[in-house]
Design a protein around this ligand. Structure first.
Ligand SMILES: [Ca+2]
Ligand SMILES: [Ca+2]
Length: 512
């Protein structure tokens, strides 16, 4: 392939070289490099008016480390077997949607990984079905190892993703991705099913409405399930998180809801398949920290685990709704630190819409947490919050941490000694057009650190505007507009000021 010199390259290969915007000089260097046998990564363009009409045709000529860029659009039955190493397949200008509408010939999945280090970005995979009803949007096969899945959407497949192989070197990272309506209905197929791999990380992602199967299932040796929204909503999924073989597992900062129609009452199931024929993973510790878990089913259980589990630590969680806290026949009780356990709505912004941000009335959660500390070298303190849909935002820094997946940050919270403590906002309320002392061209922040970042959030934590201030005058004015130039509505807004020494959160009221 790439060891050929320029003159023997095929037309698509020539296009690849030119498409990477090589200059003539670079081209000569490329020829020399090729002659020296080095691998040159290049990008291959796929789209209706691109050299490759299908992803499969680009894959047929792609080399290791290439980037396949796929124009947004629908690609019907464009199945991909990836044998290359270090390959990237990326949607461009939006998600590239590979839609399957028949049985997949490879018998496995729409994208089947057989090489090392695959990256999938901005893809939508739907409709995967195979003869044995175990088809997947993404599947890893023998020879495949290490995948990063980012900003992808898996829906209406028999499995969203499936890694059935045993591979102690395989690391799986999924972030900012959505999984919905996967599952053939047998209960053997799931939104996410990760097999016996080394490490599984799921973060900033949204898994919901699996059809009978689980929202997340992993047999990985280590599981990091961080800052996700895992909500059955009104669907029929079984477990919200199933870790059948245990392994050291860190479940931090998630929003987890059980549907009224959930097939079983369990939320988190840990090592419950371990038996004489089904071994434990090496670690037996499960950390459940700063999650908000809400039960909408008639009954249920938040955490179920095997009797030989070494440690279950429940800290800073909200457990809302009528369900038992834990179940472990013959096992020991979990370690419990500063959780909020309530049968009813403790004061969420909108429980029925799955918005479990705190309000000023959620006094049982605000500032009631305790420092989670470290476990096996992993910092359990939540650094981020899930932000809908499949996004994240930094969790507001606080000396007094709140219980649950969201920090409620108000003016006056003790954030320690730092330059940002003196920041002042005026007029407040800001009342443009009122003609009096509350009128003006915007909200002026004064006494800022010389260099400061100012971020305006809604009370629900949506970032509206970021201002950078670098001024000896130590002031900065917010004109009441969003990043897109829209005037914000009347209401309360949080202002996060970050500067030398710390962070301060102010509350500003806009009146129109
Ligand atoms: Ca359940
Ligand atoms: Ca707090």
């Amino acid at each position: 392939m790439r060891s050929a010199n320029l003159w023997t390259l095929s037309v698509p290969a020539m296009y690849k070289l030119f498409h990477t915007k090589l200059t003539v000089g670079m081209l000569c260097m490329a020829v020399v490099a090729c002659c020296w046998g080095e691998v040159m990564a290049s990008s291959l363009a796929v789209g209706p008016d691109k050299p490759y009409r299908t992803i499969a045709s680009a894959l047929a000529v792609a080399a290791d480390a290439d980037i396949i860029e796929v124009d947004a659009g629908v690609y019907v039955n464009d199945y991909c077997v990836v044998r290359q190493h270090n390959l990237t397949i990326r949607g461009k200008g939006g998600r590239a949607h590979i839609s399957a509408n028949g049985l997949i010939p490879n018998g496995k999945g729409i994208i089947l990984q057989r090489g090392r280090n695959l990256t999938l970005e901005n893809l939508e995979l739907s409709g995967a079905a195979v003869a044995d009803q175990n088809g997947a949007g993404y599947r890893c096969d023998n020879g495949g190892s290490n995948v990063v899945i980012r900003h992808c959407y898996f829906h209406h497949n028999e499995n969203g993703i499936l890694l059935g192989i045993i591979d102690p070197n395989n690391e799986v990272l999924i972030e900012n991705s959505e999984f919905a309506y996967n599952g053939s209905g047998t209960g053997q197929t799931h939104n996410i099913y990760v097999g016996h791999v080394k490490k599984f990380t799921l973060r900033f992602s949204y898994s919901h409405d699996a059809n009978v199967g689980h929202l997340v299932k992993s047999r990985a040796n280590e599981n990091f399930i961080l800052y996700n929204r895992l909500t059955g909503e009104n669907g029929t999924n079984s477990y919200e998180i199933d870790l059948p073989n245990g392994g050291n597992s860190y479940i931090v900062g998630n929003v987890i809801q059980q549907s009224p129609r959930s097939e079983n009452g369990g939320f988190i199931s840990y090592a419950r398949e371990v038996n004489a024929a089904n071994a434990w993973n090496p670690g037996r510790e499960c950390y459940v920290i700063n999650n908000t878990m809400v039960n909408d089913r008639s009954q249920g259980c938040f955490v179920m685990y095997h009797k030989d589990t070494a440690l279950v630590k429940l800290q800073n969680n909200i457990f809302a709704g009528s369900a038992t806290l834990y179940d472990s026949p013959g096992g020991m009780a979990p370690e419990r630190v500063s959780n909020l356990i309530v049968n009813s709505d403790p004061g969420f912004v909108n429980r029925s819409a799955f918005d479990y941000h705190l309000t000023s009335s959620t006094i049982a959660a605000i500032d009631q947490g305790t420092a989670p500390g470290m476990a096996n070298g992993f910092n359990l303190t939540p650094a981020y919050e899930y932000e809908h849909v499949a996004l994240s935002s930094p969790r507001p820094a606080a000396i007094k941490i709140d219980i649950g997946a969201h920090e409620f940050s108000l003016n006056g919270e003790d954030e320690g000694e730092d330059e940002t403590e003196k920041v002042h906002a005026y007029p407040n309320p800001y009342w443009p057009g009122s003609g009096g002392r509350y009128d003006g061209s915007g909200v002026v922040f004064s006494n800022l650190p010389i260099s400061a970042k100012i971020q305006i959030y809604t009370i629900h934590g949506t970032l509206l505007r970021t201002l950078e201030s670098s001024s000896e005058r130590r002031t900065c004015t917010w004109d009441g507009l969003t990043t897109g130039g829209d005037a914000v509505a009347s209401g309360v807004y949080f202002v996060r000021v970050e500067g030398s020494g710390g962070v301060q959160t102010l509350k500003v009221v806009v009146q129109r």
